[in-house]
Design a protein around this ligand. Structure first.
Ligand SMILES: Nc1nc2c(c(=O)[nH]1)N[C@H]1C(S)=C(S)[C@@H](COP(=O)(O)OP(=O)(O)OC[C@H]3O[C@@H](n4cnc5c(N)ncnc54)[C@H](O)[C@@H]3O)O[C@H]1N2
Ligand code: MOO
Length: 437
């Protein structure tokens, strides 16, 4: 019988959940604003208020297809103005009209626009002189100023339409374009690279006995996006210190590639494909290691971090699930977040460390929410418990199915209730889960 020598490491007291979260939130500064084209600005937060560079509309324009008129009818149609075409060259005099398209500039002197639907053909009140072309006359009822959009009526030049910190949504891009912008000053979204470890972890199909499907890699991009960052790639690593060492080492030294999606087994994850570890470190970069955060024979993260000269900021958090989580800073400034392999524990740890880091870098404001608790939760004497709940009119209702290895409860939930050690009370802090579409 082989003898297994077990060496127990001294028990280090884990950091409190609240301290770990606060430390993570302060670990990186908000990223320096950059002037970004629209395609890159989408999803970022504005670093300055969005101002109108032009008035909208830029001049008085027609809001209807019809006739711009001056004075009381009937009106002699003196010309035509189309949007984008030449403006009517003269001042419109009482009794005159110009046929006008929606969006075309109204002539000086125009007092209202008569839509086609309300216009009637009129006969000339005065007979035409011999040899003159027959003019067109129209009549109808108009109200002074009707159907003319005045310059700056929608947005005045210089007006602030969105405050600094607002998310650049698809609609915000349309608004910005309409106000004359080609680029926006935004806080860049921090880049996150995901490293999934574990020889037993597979990425497609039905896992054979002894194998598990990766349940962490699939939720991280959406979680990071929701927090204001972006996942640049997901790399699968075989167990062992070398792959981890190479992946965490200085960018550029070991250009790593992998297959961000698809069915390659972990053992060939190094063999070619798309580069997923950015070639150069940028401020705010975060590496997330899934699994390998505990103290088992295949858990090499601590040793590798030590070998790389990293500064370990958090090593274990007094929280259930998610106890063996880790935060370290590499000598080049990049942060490494170690998530436990159990998927719900990984989610809890990601919400504790990764989400606050990404939010702070991206300038996403942190929100604090409390709620009544409608149901029973177990407390732990030393650890904070994170419990999946659904918000309701009665308060937060625990949904169950909250084993560390299962995302079932978290998928049913819209928040996690934060239950401090030995907690008693009726109002509880909630941390939000990313909403569905
Ligand atoms: N002696 C101790 N053992 C363990 C401790 C401890 O404090 N002392 N903590 C336990 C807790 S709590 C957790 S959580 C796990 C964390 O372990 P690791 O982060 O080292 O992860 P693994 O050992 O690789 O895997 C744990 C578990 O999760 C499965 N796994 C791994 N990766 C994935 C993935 N991407 N998707 C789905 N499931 C995954 C893996 O197969 C294992 O079943 O450690 C305890 N042990
Ligand atoms: O706390 Mo572990 O993180 O329970 O599964």
């Amino acid at each position: 019988m082989p003898v297994t020598v077990v060496r127990h490491e001294p028990v280090v007291e884990a950091m409190s959940w609240a301290s770990a979260r606060a430390l993570a939130a302060g670990a990186n500064r908000p990223l320096e604003p950059v002037l970004a084209p629209f395609s890159e600005a989408l999803g970022c937060r504005l670093a300055e208020p969005l101002r109108a560079l032009v008035a909208v509309p830029g001049v008085d324009v027609s809001a209807m297809d019809g006739y711009a008129v001056a004075g009381p009818g009937p009106w002699r149609v003196a010309g035509q103005v189309l949007a984008g075409g030449a403006p009517f060259g003269a001042e419109l005099r009482p009794g005159e009209a110009v046929e006008i398209a929606t969006g075309a500039p109204t002539p000086v002197g125009a007092e209202a626009v008569l839509p086609y639907e309300q216009a009637v053909a009129a006969t000339a009140p005065v007979p035409r002189a011999r040899g003159q072309a027959e003019p067109v006359w129209v009549d109808g009822v108009v109200e002074a100023g009707r159907h003319i959009r005045r310059r700056g009526e929608d947005v005045a030049e210089g007006a602030v339409v969105l405050e600094a910190g607002a998310v650049v949504t698809p609609v915000a891009l349309g608004l910005a374009a309409g106000l004359g912008h080609d680029e926006l000053l935004v806080r860049p979204r921090p880049r996150v690279t995901v490293l999934v470890t574990g020889d037993e972890v597979v990425h497609r199909g039905l896992p054979e006995p002894g194998r598990v499907r990766d349940a962490i890699g699939p939720f991280l991009p959406g979680l990071v996006e929701w927090a204001g960052g972006r996942v640049t790639g997901t790399l699968r690593l075989p167990d062992g210190p070398e792959p981890l060492f190479a992946a965490l080492g200085a960018p550029g030294e070991a250009p790593l590639t992998g297959e961000p999606t698809g069915g390659t087994p972990a053992s060939v994850a190094f063999a070619g494909g798309t580069p997923v570890v950015p070639a150069r470190a940028a401020p705010g970069d975060v590496l997330v290691v899934c699994g390998a955060s505990s103290k088992g024979p295949a858990d090499h993260l601590r040793k590798v971090l030590e070998g790389l000269g990293a500064d370990v900021l958090v090593d274990g958090v007094a929280v259930r699930p998610g106890h063996p989580q880790l935060l370290a800073r590499l000598p080049d400034g990049r942060l490494v977040v170690g998530l436990p392999g159990n998927p719900f524990a990984a989610l809890a740890a990601a919400l504790t460390l990764l989400v606050p880091i990404v939010r702070a870098s991206a300038g996403t404001p942190a929100r604090k929410e409390t709620s009544a608790l409608a149901g029973e939760v177990r407390t732990h004497p030393h650890n904070t418990r994170l419990v999946p709940v659904r918000r309701s009119a009665r308060g937060a209702v625990p949904v169950g199915h909250d084993r560390p290895g299962s995302l079932w409860g978290a998928a049913l939930a819209d928040a996690l209730a934060v239950v401090p050690p030995g907690w008693a009370g009726d109002h509880i802090e909630l941390i939000e889960l990313p909403p569905g579409g």
